[in-house]
Design a protein around this ligand. Structure first.
Ligand code: 13P
Length: 251
């Protein structure tokens, strides 16, 4: 099966009407063979699930999930709740959650398990800060995030996961990793997973790049052999831009 996809992470943006307009534009304009996932604000998931019926290229993700199945956690949302809405994907461990909400690998590991238990595909994010990169610690940081967040899974389970490499210094800064920098880390991730599991398992896992993906740089990033697609923030909020980014991965 193809590993290619493009995920739009809308973060805390757009009204429900704007969301529907954007999805309609995508459905009308992206190629037949494209595979697009929209990580929409959680309040919109139910209405958007109804709205995408018949729009076969478009799928939905949540941006976060709680690590427990149910209970006294006011304001939170669990994996079985997402499953009951028919949501197929969920981002886990975005750097904005790691930084602003102090989410640690151990809790993220529980979130991943919760999602897999409910047949939702986790999109697990990893990535280093500028300081870590400048100190030559990029691979150590990524290794720790992979080991502590994912390596409790069986081969059958980890094959169901999508991994997104999002260097923190590239997110929302307009300064993307070069295709060579991203490819180097992606190839490292695939090899590290192959060493822990095996090559067949590693080959199943889509690896997305995220961080200032634009209409200008998308094609040169997606062309790289270890980059299967993008996790796109700012450029997923305008239909003209996002359609071009998607087309770059589905020519
Ligand atoms: P930008 O594309 O706005 O840099 O955001 C990337 C991101 O965080 C996607 O999850």
């Amino acid at each position: 099966m193809s590993r290619k996809l493009v995920v739009g992470n809308w973060k805390m943006n757009l009204t429900l009407d704007q969301s529907k307009d954007l999805i309609q534009e995508l459905a009308n304009n992206v190629p037949f063979h494209a595979y697009v996932v929209i990580a929409a604000p959680v309040a919109y998931l139910h209405p958007l699930k109804d709205f995408i019926v018949g729009k076969r290229n478009i799928h939905l993700a949540a941006q976060n999930v709680h690590h427990e199945e149910f209970g006294a956690f006011t304001g939170e949302l669990s994996a079985p709740m997402l499953a009951s809405l028919g949501i197929e994907y969920c981002i886990v461990g975005h750097s904005e959650r790691r930084i602003h909400f102090k989410e640690k690998n151990e809790v993220l590991a529980q979130k991943v398990t919760q999602l897999l238990n409910h047949n939702i595909t986790p999109i697990y994010c990893v990535g280093e800060s500028l300081e870590q990169r400048e100190k030559g610690k990029t691979f150590d940081v990524i290794k720790k995030q992979l080991k502590e967040g994912l390596f409790h899974l069986t081969s059958e389970q980890i094959e169901q996961v999508i991994i997104a490499y999002e260097p923190i210094w590239a997110i929302g800064t307009g300064k993307n990793a070069t295709p060579e920098q991203a490819e180097e880390v992606h190839a490292f991730i695939r090899k590290y997973i192959a060493n822990k599991y095996d090559e067949d398992v590693a080959d199943e896992i889509p690896l997305l790049y995220g961080g200032s993906v634009t209409t200008q740089n998308a094609q040169s990033l997606f062309e790289k052999p270890s980059i299967d697609g993008g996790l796109v923030g700012g450029s997923s909020l305008k239909s003209e831009d996002f359609i071009q980014v998607i087309k770059a991965n589905f020519p």
